[in-house]
Write a protein that binds this ligand. Structure first.
Ligand code: SME
Length: 245
Protein backbone atom coordinates (compact mmCIF):
# COMPACT_ATOMS: atom_id res chain seq x y z
CA UNK A 1 0.00 0.00 0.00
CA UNK A 2 1.53 3.35 -1.05
CA UNK A 3 1.99 5.96 1.62
CA UNK A 4 -0.53 8.72 1.17
CA UNK A 5 0.55 12.21 2.03
CA UNK A 6 -2.35 13.93 3.77
CA UNK A 7 -0.26 16.83 4.91
CA UNK A 8 -0.63 18.80 1.67
CA UNK A 9 -3.49 21.26 1.90
CA UNK A 10 -5.95 21.57 -0.93
CA UNK A 11 -5.45 25.00 -2.39
CA UNK A 12 -7.14 26.82 -5.23
CA UNK A 13 -5.77 29.73 -7.13
CA UNK A 14 -7.82 32.83 -6.20
CA UNK A 15 -8.43 33.58 -9.91
CA UNK A 16 -9.95 30.11 -10.35
CA UNK A 17 -12.21 30.59 -7.35
CA UNK A 18 -13.27 33.97 -8.73
CA UNK A 19 -13.98 32.50 -12.15
CA UNK A 20 -15.99 29.64 -10.63
CA UNK A 21 -17.97 32.20 -8.64
CA UNK A 22 -18.74 34.27 -11.76
CA UNK A 23 -19.77 31.12 -13.67
CA UNK A 24 -22.07 30.04 -10.84
CA UNK A 25 -23.55 33.50 -10.60
CA UNK A 26 -24.16 33.64 -14.37
CA UNK A 27 -25.77 30.19 -14.23
CA UNK A 28 -28.05 31.21 -11.36
CA UNK A 29 -29.05 34.41 -13.18
CA UNK A 30 -29.82 32.51 -16.34
CA UNK A 31 -31.78 29.81 -14.45
CA UNK A 32 -33.72 32.50 -12.62
CA UNK A 33 -34.63 34.42 -15.77
CA UNK A 34 -35.48 31.20 -17.62
CA UNK A 35 -37.74 30.15 -14.77
CA UNK A 36 -39.44 33.54 -14.89
CA UNK A 37 -39.74 33.33 -18.66
CA UNK A 38 -41.18 29.80 -18.42
CA UNK A 39 -43.56 30.87 -15.67
CA UNK A 40 -44.84 33.73 -17.80
CA UNK A 41 -45.20 31.48 -20.85
CA UNK A 42 -42.06 32.84 -22.50
CA UNK A 43 -43.81 36.07 -23.44
CA UNK A 44 -44.98 37.25 -20.07
CA UNK A 45 -46.43 40.64 -19.57
CA UNK A 46 -44.96 43.06 -17.09
CA UNK A 47 -47.92 42.46 -14.80
CA UNK A 48 -47.22 38.70 -14.79
CA UNK A 49 -43.54 39.28 -14.17
CA UNK A 50 -44.28 41.51 -11.19
CA UNK A 51 -46.83 39.01 -9.87
CA UNK A 52 -44.16 36.31 -9.95
CA UNK A 53 -41.56 38.58 -8.37
CA UNK A 54 -43.99 39.49 -5.57
CA UNK A 55 -44.77 35.80 -5.02
CA UNK A 56 -41.10 34.85 -4.97
CA UNK A 57 -40.38 37.66 -2.55
CA UNK A 58 -43.22 36.51 -0.32
CA UNK A 59 -41.72 33.00 -0.16
CA UNK A 60 -38.23 34.39 0.40
CA UNK A 61 -39.17 36.54 3.36
CA UNK A 62 -42.04 34.51 4.87
CA UNK A 63 -39.87 32.66 7.34
CA UNK A 64 -37.35 35.40 7.99
CA UNK A 65 -37.88 38.23 10.44
CA UNK A 66 -34.68 40.17 9.81
CA UNK A 67 -35.62 43.30 7.87
CA UNK A 68 -32.15 43.97 6.42
CA UNK A 69 -31.76 40.34 5.28
CA UNK A 70 -35.13 40.55 3.55
CA UNK A 71 -34.28 43.86 1.89
CA UNK A 72 -30.96 42.41 0.70
CA UNK A 73 -32.73 39.47 -0.94
CA UNK A 74 -35.40 41.76 -2.35
CA UNK A 75 -32.72 43.97 -3.95
CA UNK A 76 -31.06 40.90 -5.49
CA UNK A 77 -34.38 39.48 -6.69
CA UNK A 78 -35.37 42.77 -8.36
CA UNK A 79 -31.94 43.22 -9.93
CA UNK A 80 -31.89 39.68 -11.35
CA UNK A 81 -35.53 39.42 -12.40
CA UNK A 82 -36.34 42.82 -13.88
CA UNK A 83 -34.70 43.62 -17.19
CA UNK A 84 -32.59 46.65 -18.08
CA UNK A 85 -31.53 47.88 -14.63
CA UNK A 86 -28.20 49.22 -13.44
CA UNK A 87 -29.18 49.80 -9.80
CA UNK A 88 -31.79 48.22 -7.52
CA UNK A 89 -32.05 48.86 -3.84
CA UNK A 90 -33.46 50.73 -0.89
CA UNK A 91 -33.05 53.92 1.09
CA UNK A 92 -34.28 53.72 4.68
CA UNK A 93 -35.67 56.54 6.79
CA UNK A 94 -33.36 57.13 9.74
CA UNK A 95 -33.58 60.19 11.99
CA UNK A 96 -35.51 62.18 9.42
CA UNK A 97 -33.37 61.46 6.36
CA UNK A 98 -32.89 58.63 3.88
CA UNK A 99 -29.84 56.41 4.33
CA UNK A 100 -28.78 53.88 1.74
CA UNK A 101 -29.82 50.31 2.54
CA UNK A 102 -29.22 46.99 0.80
CA UNK A 103 -28.72 47.33 -2.95
CA UNK A 104 -27.18 45.85 -6.09
CA UNK A 105 -25.24 48.07 -8.45
CA UNK A 106 -22.52 50.67 -8.24
CA UNK A 107 -21.73 52.43 -4.96
CA UNK A 108 -24.39 55.01 -4.17
CA UNK A 109 -24.84 58.28 -2.31
CA UNK A 110 -25.30 57.48 1.36
CA UNK A 111 -27.73 60.12 2.65
CA UNK A 112 -30.58 61.91 0.90
CA UNK A 113 -32.67 64.64 2.50
CA UNK A 114 -36.43 64.32 2.43
CA UNK A 115 -37.68 66.36 -0.54
CA UNK A 116 -34.38 66.11 -2.44
CA UNK A 117 -33.89 64.12 -5.62
CA UNK A 118 -36.25 61.40 -6.83
CA UNK A 119 -35.91 59.42 -3.60
CA UNK A 120 -36.49 62.37 -1.31
CA UNK A 121 -39.48 63.45 -3.43
CA UNK A 122 -41.08 59.99 -3.20
CA UNK A 123 -40.44 60.00 0.55
CA UNK A 124 -41.93 63.47 0.98
CA UNK A 125 -45.02 62.93 -1.17
CA UNK A 126 -45.40 59.24 -0.27
CA UNK A 127 -46.17 58.70 -3.93
CA UNK A 128 -44.34 56.72 -6.55
CA UNK A 129 -42.08 58.93 -8.65
CA UNK A 130 -41.36 57.97 -12.25
CA UNK A 131 -38.45 59.81 -13.83
CA UNK A 132 -38.47 59.12 -17.60
CA UNK A 133 -35.26 61.12 -18.12
CA UNK A 134 -33.02 61.84 -15.14
CA UNK A 135 -31.50 64.85 -16.90
CA UNK A 136 -34.93 66.49 -17.04
CA UNK A 137 -35.70 65.96 -13.35
CA UNK A 138 -34.65 69.05 -11.40
CA UNK A 139 -32.50 68.17 -8.43
CA UNK A 140 -31.92 64.60 -9.57
CA UNK A 141 -29.10 63.05 -7.55
CA UNK A 142 -26.77 61.18 -9.87
CA UNK A 143 -25.10 58.17 -8.28
CA UNK A 144 -24.28 56.18 -11.41
CA UNK A 145 -23.64 58.17 -14.59
CA UNK A 146 -25.11 55.26 -16.57
CA UNK A 147 -28.59 55.90 -15.14
CA UNK A 148 -31.03 57.45 -17.63
CA UNK A 149 -34.39 56.78 -15.98
CA UNK A 150 -35.57 55.90 -12.51
CA UNK A 151 -38.54 54.85 -10.41
CA UNK A 152 -38.90 55.31 -6.67
CA UNK A 153 -41.67 53.69 -4.61
CA UNK A 154 -42.29 54.65 -0.98
CA UNK A 155 -42.31 51.89 1.63
CA UNK A 156 -45.14 52.57 4.04
CA UNK A 157 -45.97 50.49 7.07
CA UNK A 158 -48.86 51.22 9.36
CA UNK A 159 -49.18 54.70 7.89
CA UNK A 160 -45.53 55.52 8.47
CA UNK A 161 -42.85 55.99 5.87
CA UNK A 162 -40.01 53.53 6.51
CA UNK A 163 -37.99 54.01 3.33
CA UNK A 164 -38.11 53.85 -0.45
CA UNK A 165 -37.49 51.23 -3.11
CA UNK A 166 -35.35 52.64 -5.93
CA UNK A 167 -34.61 51.25 -9.39
CA UNK A 168 -32.37 52.87 -12.01
CA UNK A 169 -32.12 51.97 -15.69
CA UNK A 170 -29.56 52.83 -18.36
CA UNK A 171 -32.48 53.29 -20.82
CA UNK A 172 -34.61 56.41 -21.21
CA UNK A 173 -38.28 55.95 -20.27
CA UNK A 174 -37.70 52.46 -18.91
CA UNK A 175 -40.48 52.72 -16.27
CA UNK A 176 -44.20 53.26 -16.78
CA UNK A 177 -47.40 52.93 -14.80
CA UNK A 178 -47.33 49.14 -15.05
CA UNK A 179 -43.94 49.16 -13.35
CA UNK A 180 -45.33 51.49 -10.70
CA UNK A 181 -48.26 49.19 -9.98
CA UNK A 182 -46.06 46.06 -9.95
CA UNK A 183 -43.43 47.63 -7.71
CA UNK A 184 -46.02 49.04 -5.36
CA UNK A 185 -47.24 45.46 -4.86
CA UNK A 186 -43.63 44.40 -4.19
CA UNK A 187 -43.30 47.28 -1.70
CA UNK A 188 -46.51 46.17 0.02
CA UNK A 189 -45.11 42.65 0.43
CA UNK A 190 -41.95 44.06 2.00
CA UNK A 191 -43.47 46.72 4.19
CA UNK A 192 -46.26 44.40 5.23
CA UNK A 193 -43.83 41.74 6.40
CA UNK A 194 -43.42 41.36 10.16
CA UNK A 195 -39.84 42.42 9.72
CA UNK A 196 -40.77 45.89 8.53
CA UNK A 197 -41.20 47.37 11.96
CA UNK A 198 -39.09 50.23 13.24
CA UNK A 199 -37.38 48.27 16.02
CA UNK A 200 -36.22 45.52 13.71
CA UNK A 201 -35.06 48.01 11.12
CA UNK A 202 -33.09 49.93 13.69
CA UNK A 203 -35.07 53.04 12.86
CA UNK A 204 -37.07 53.31 16.05
CA UNK A 205 -35.95 56.91 16.48
CA UNK A 206 -37.75 58.11 13.34
CA UNK A 207 -40.02 61.06 13.73
CA UNK A 208 -43.60 59.87 13.26
CA UNK A 209 -44.94 61.18 9.97
CA UNK A 210 -48.60 61.04 9.06
CA UNK A 211 -49.39 59.33 5.84
CA UNK A 212 -52.11 60.34 3.46
CA UNK A 213 -51.48 57.29 1.34
CA UNK A 214 -54.05 54.58 0.84
CA UNK A 215 -53.54 51.23 -0.78
CA UNK A 216 -56.18 51.67 -3.48
CA UNK A 217 -54.79 55.08 -4.40
CA UNK A 218 -51.35 53.65 -4.95
CA UNK A 219 -52.17 50.58 -6.95
CA UNK A 220 -55.13 51.60 -9.10
CA UNK A 221 -53.45 52.35 -12.38
CA UNK A 222 -56.56 54.02 -13.76
CA UNK A 223 -56.51 56.52 -10.91
CA UNK A 224 -52.93 57.48 -11.54
CA UNK A 225 -51.92 60.45 -13.64
CA UNK A 226 -49.86 59.68 -16.72
CA UNK A 227 -46.12 59.63 -16.02
CA UNK A 228 -45.58 62.91 -17.91
CA UNK A 229 -48.39 64.52 -15.88
CA UNK A 230 -46.81 63.22 -12.73
CA UNK A 231 -43.49 64.67 -13.78
CA UNK A 232 -45.15 68.00 -14.59
CA UNK A 233 -46.76 67.90 -11.12
CA UNK A 234 -43.33 67.39 -9.58
CA UNK A 235 -42.01 70.40 -11.50
CA UNK A 236 -44.93 72.57 -10.39
CA UNK A 237 -44.48 71.51 -6.77
CA UNK A 238 -40.79 72.26 -6.94
CA UNK A 239 -41.38 75.68 -8.45
CA UNK A 240 -43.89 76.48 -5.71
CA UNK A 241 -41.41 75.32 -3.07
CA UNK A 242 -38.56 77.43 -4.41
CA UNK A 243 -40.90 80.43 -4.71
CA UNK A 244 -41.73 80.05 -1.01
CA UNK A 245 -38.04 80.04 -0.03
N1 SME B 1 -31.09 59.18 -8.19
C1 SME B 1 -31.57 59.14 -6.84
C2 SME B 1 -30.43 58.88 -5.87
C3 SME B 1 -30.22 57.44 -5.57
S1 SME B 1 -29.43 56.61 -6.79
O1 SME B 1 -30.15 56.65 -8.04
C4 SME B 1 -29.06 55.10 -6.33
C5 SME B 1 -32.30 60.43 -6.49
O2 SME B 1 -32.34 61.35 -7.30
O3 SME B 1 -32.83 60.50 -5.39
Amino acid sequence: MPDLDYSRELSFHPKLVQQLFFMLNALMTSVSSNVLSAQTGGQGTKAELYRIVAEQLQSLIRAESDWIANLANAAALNFQSLPDLNWAGFYLLKDGELVVGPFQGKVACVRIQIGKGACGTAAETRKTVIVPDVHEFPGHIACDSASRSEIVVPLIRENELIGVLDLDSPSLGRFDDEDAVGLEAVAMVLAGSNAGNAENAGIAGNRKRRCDHDFAGRVRASARPEPHERHADELRRRDARSARL
